[in-house]
Structures are given as C-alpha cells and as structure tokens.
Design a protein around this ligand. Structure first.
Ligand code: PA5
Length: 410
C-alpha cells in the first residue's frame, strides 16, 4: 500500500502543538486505553476461535445453498466490504452469501423469504448490543421461518453477540440464543462495531464464503506499526477540514469496492462526525460519477477533497484497435481526474494497493481504523461512541411503545 500526498503538500505541515497531541495519542494507543483492543489482532480473535470457525464453516459449506448474514452498521459492513471487494463480479458460487437486517424494507424481506424457499439456508445474526431494531425485526421473522422449515435449526443458526459477562448487557438476542441453545460467537467488549471486522463479527461470514482470512489477518498484522503513516493521513484530513474542505469524496475506480467505500464512510462518519465537527464522507464511484458528481467536484463549492483508492493490478482486457488496455485507460483517467480536480480546488490523496487480495485489503482496513481513531483524538472527541445514532432510536422506541399501548386498548 502506498499513499500519494503530492496534491495536498501544503496541508502536511505539522505544528508543535499537534506533535505534542500526537505523542499523547501514541501513548493512549500503546497503553490500549478504553475501546482500543482492536489494535491487537490477538485480542480480536484467538487461534482456537479461528480453528473452530474453519471447522464449523467447512460443515456449513458442504450443505448450504444460502448463508444469510443479518446485521447492520459495524455488524455487517466489514464482512460485506471485504467479501464484495474480493469476489468476482459474476459468479454462481455456493454458498450464496446474502445480507439482511441492514434496512427495514418489507418487500426485501418478503422477496428474500420467497427466494429461500426450497433451498438449504444457514443464518448468522450479528449484533453486539443484541437489541438493534433492524437486525432484530429481520431476525425474528427469519428465525420463525427457519423453525417452520427445518428440524435442525440449532445447527443452522449462529448468533454473534456482545460479551454479557464483560458488561455488554444481557440482551433479548442473548436470551433467545440461550433459550434455544444456539451456537454463539462473542465479540470482545472493548471493540466497537465499526472496529470489529477482525473479530468473529467480520470474520465468520468471510470464512464461510471461502475468503482466505489468514492472509486477511496477516495483512492487518503487517500494519501494526502504521501509527506514523496513519497520523499523516489523519493530519492532512484535519488540515483540509480546518481550511473549509468539509466534504470528502471517497473515490473508487472499481465497482466491487462500493461496499468498501460504504465501510469507509461509516468508519469515519461515526468516529469523527460529532460535537459539530468532522468531515462528511461521501461515496464516489468512478468513472460512473464523472458524469454526475464530477461536475460538482471540479466546479462546485470549494468545500471538497477526495481520497482516491487505486488498485494497480487487476484482471484486464485489451481494447480493440487501441494500444492500451481497459485498466490502463482506467488508471489514465484516475490520474488525469486527480490532476484536473486538484487544479480546480478539490485536491486528491491517492491510496494505491498493488492488487485486490485479502492481504492488501486487511492492511488497508487496519491502516484506516488507526487513522480514523487518531483523527478522532486530534478533534478531541471520543472516537468510539455514537451518541447521534441514539437519538432517533429513542424516538422510534417511544413511538412503538405508544402504538402498542393504543393497540392494547382497542
Ligand atoms: O459502529 C457501531 O458501533 C455501530 O455502527 C453498530 O455496529 C451498529 O449500530 C449495530 O449495532 P449492533 O451490533 O449492536 O447491532
């Protein structure tokens, strides 16, 4: 992985106050203060869990047509991002991995249940709190269907949940898992959702899908000493924000990276978007968006910058009658757009990966997690809470309560 800061050189200078802040931040990271267990992969996942996951998934893969992953936010985006980035565009591979519980569409659920009819379905429901509305609404529906459809539900449903013995509350999902004696994986309590891709939450669906998670983990471990590189990225983003660049387009040139961009968006928005601070990250798939958002980035309000993700080597095809391949053309456009947008006042930071491999993606995600956390500390906010997400949840809860009360009266 290489980062090119050429277009943002003027945002790289570091003040002595910032250097002091960084020294303090490094101490926090070294000490692994609260919610920092994700920094050590060994604290995310044990070797015995890895072995057990592989064993269980071997059995599942033999008999499974559809592996359904139910979860939202940090309990789904990590595995989806990695899975989509590393899977072929067109494939009929089994098991088919399908995601649910990441929204509240009735038609999605209805069509999903119809689609699952007659197929061998296994489910992994993932929720650290064990209470999340979208996850639980979908899971209850699907679990009911599983019970009606199969006699061996206990083998088919796996629950990934927070550690109730370490303070994560004993939730309704935990109670159900205990009552029904379902296999459970435990997400370590000192690791928040959006930092949980290297825990059972992110890894189990990946093992089932056949992704080489050993390489994925090795990639993350190779970045264990990335603090200085991650702070460089965090500092440049901070300086851009201070000078009015408050919208960041996370730009991709390979469509299968869309969910990686969504993971990036969640990581940075939920980590840093608080106390009226933080950059708004938006997902920008190119070259598609050159015919859409591209106009704004080149020529609209000067509040934007880009983080561009480049994959150097991918499968390729030669263009007919041209002396250039399709990927060479894609890279040519990427470089010229970065140049043109920077010239227009939307500077680019380019992160280049050699290839789309589990190792490279593991390294990238770890690097970004470290940078998001450091950036959060630089903004003097708590990188690991998400108080803004709670407010709507409370309103929904109250409204649901009052609807149920009124129904009870009728
Ligand atoms: O990053 C986070 O903490 C959140 O995005 C959560 O992952 C998300 O809200 C889902 O929470 P839970 O795993 O408790 O269902």
């Amino acid at each position: 992985m290489k980062i090119n800061f050429d277009y943002v050189k003027q945002y790289q200078t570091i003040s002595s106050l910032e250097q002091q802040m960084l020294n303090e931040i490094y101490k926090k990271l070294e000490k692994k203060e609260s919610m920092l267990d994700w920094l050590d992969i060994e604290s995310c996942i044990s070797s015995s869990e890895l072995e057990e996951m592989k064993k269980i998934s071997y059995g599942i893969r033999k008999f499974c047509d559809i592996f359904l992953v139910i979860g939202i936010g940090g309990s789904y985006l990590g595995s989806r991002a990695v899975l989509e980035s590393l899977s072929p565009y067109f494939s009929k591979k089994k098991p088919e991995i399908i995601f649910a519980g990441h929204q509240l569409s009735g038609s999605y659920l209805k069509e999903l249940l119809d689609y699952m009819e007659g197929k061998s379905v296994y489910v992994n429901v993932i929720s650290k709190s064990g209470e999340t509305l979208e996850t639980m609404a979908s899971f209850h529906m699907i679990y009911g269907w599983m019970k009606k459809t199969y006699s061996d539900v206990q083998k088919r449903v796996i629950v990934t949940i927070g550690d109730s013995s370490r303070g994560d509350s004993s939730s309704s999902l935990k109670k159900l898992a205990d009552k029904e004696q379902l296999k459970t994986w435990i997400i370590p309590s000192e690791i928040g959702g959006r930092y949980s891709v290297f825990t059972v939450a992110g890894l189990f669906p990946l093992v089932v899908s056949g992704i080489d998670i050993d390489e994925f983990i090795k990639g993350a471990q190779s970045k264990r000493n990335c603090f200085s590189e991650s702070s460089q990225y965090a500092l440049v983003r901070k300086h851009l924000e201070e000078r009015g660049k408050i919208v960041e387009a996370f730009t991709i040139y390979e469509e299968k990276l869309s969910f990686l961009a969504a993971w990036y968006q969640q990581l940075f928005a939920e980590t840093q978007g608080k106390n009226q601070k933080g950059i708004l990250p938006i997902i920008n798939p190119n070259t598609t968006n050159l015919h859409s958002l591209g106009q704004y980035l080149q020529d609209g309000r000067r509040i934007t910058f880009e983080t561009v993700l480049q994959i150097k080597n991918t499968k390729d095809i030669n263009l007919e009658n041209e002396r250039i391949s399709m990927n060479e053309l894609n890279h040519l456009v990427l470089n010229q757009v970065a140049n043109a947008h920077s010239y227009g006042g939307t500077p680019s930071i380019i992160i280049a990966l050699e290839e789309l491999s589990p190792f490279e993606i593991g390294g990238l995600l770890y690097f970004l997690e470290v940078s998001a956390a450091i950036g959060g500390y630089l903004l003097e906010i708590d990188p690991f809470n998400q108080p803004g997400v709670e407010i709507y949840k409370q309103r929904v809860k109250e409204e649901l309560k009052s609807i149920q009360k009124n129904k009870g009266k009728n």
